[in-house]
Design a protein around this ligand. Structure first.
Ligand code: SAH
Length: 276
């Protein structure tokens, strides 16, 4: 592999912290990510933040079509030259948080597979966008900060379990495939990373009738995770029914439990009966 360091200096580039620019330099990890994404000949793939394209060519060789979205104009310029021999690659300059996905993917008949070594600053908001627009995507293979990955897959009961675990697991089956240590990147990040694979549940685990309200209840409870459920709810600024203690009892939840011990199903039931 061409040395990333050399390539950057040839172009007079300094990795931008603000854009989370940590380039993967470990070929073994790159191959493992591509394998994890399980790309088939007919697949359309969306790569976010291709950077200098270390993963891009590998993906382009497997997919029918590869769309990459990169925010840094200088990297876009370099990448465009690199993929000249790959007519199935489309390099888009843009901010993935602002991209109009319906427009970007308007040509695609089937949901696309997402692969990304993400800038860590944007991973959570982006994850929520993917969940919201999940009909457009089939699977997600994402390099994330290790702690974020652990929160995504956490079961009830532990300190990692929280709103992110619940919103992710409500609609998908996330799995941590492997961890990546800082020296696999240039420059090395301060934290460890994890590669996560997410596939949507065929049937949502439970039906959430009012998603906004459900999110408010979950977030509200976890703002006070050290309190009992009933006290946490009392401290939120949500408008809750005066007889909520009774209502909670009626669905078989002990109001003295801590929020983090509730299963996703229990949160769904809770949100439903707390609607006045
Ligand atoms: N995938 C490459 C680069 C990873 S670094 C590799 O593995 O080596 C993260 C990349 O995301 C950088 O190229 C950075 O410029 C890009 N990026 C940062 N914020 C972005 C955004 N909002 N939208 C699209 N790309 C972004």
């Amino acid at each position: 592999m061409v040395s990333i360091r050399k390539e950057l200096s040839e172009h007079g580039l300094i990795p931008k912290k603000r854009l989370g620019q940590h380039f993967l330099i470990d070929q073994n990890i790159l191959n493992k990510i591509i394998r994890t994404a399980q790309i088939e000949k007919e697949d359309v793939v969306l790569e976010i933040g291709p950077g200098l394209g270390e993963m891009t060519i590998g993906l382009a060789k497997k997919a029918k079509k590869l769309i990459t979205v990169e925010i840094d104009p200088k990297l876009v310029e370099i990448l465009k030259k690199k993929v000249m021999d790959y007519p199935n690659v489309e390099v888009v300059k843009g901010d993935i948080l602002k991209v109009d996905f319906d427009k970007l993917l308007s040509q695609e008949k089937n949901p696309v597979k997402v692969v990304a070594n993400l800038p860590y600053q944007i991973s959570t908001p982006l994850l929520f966008r993917f969940i919201e627009l999940r009909h457009l995507f089939s699977t997600l293979t994402l390099m994330l900060q290790k702690e974020v990955g652990e929160r995504m897959v956490a079961p009830p009961g532990g300190k990692e379990y929280g709103p992110l675990s619940i919103f992710v697991q409500l609609v998908s089956d996330p799995t941590i495939r492997f961890f990546v240590k800082p020296p696999a990147f240039f420059p090395p990040p301060k934290v460890e990373s994890a590669v996560i694979h997410m596939a949507w549940k065929e049937n949502p685990m439970v039906e959430v009738k009012d998603e906004e309200w459900f999110k408010k209840i979950v977030r509200g409870c976890f703002s006070y995770r050290r309190k009992t459920l009933i006290n946490a709810l009392k401290h939120t600024d949500l408008s809750l029914p005066p007889d909520m203690e009774l209502r909670i009892k009626e669905i078989g939840i002990d109001h003295r439990r801590r929020p983090e011990t509730l299963s996703i199903q229990e949160f769904v039931n809770l949100a439903e009966i707390l609607k006045s």
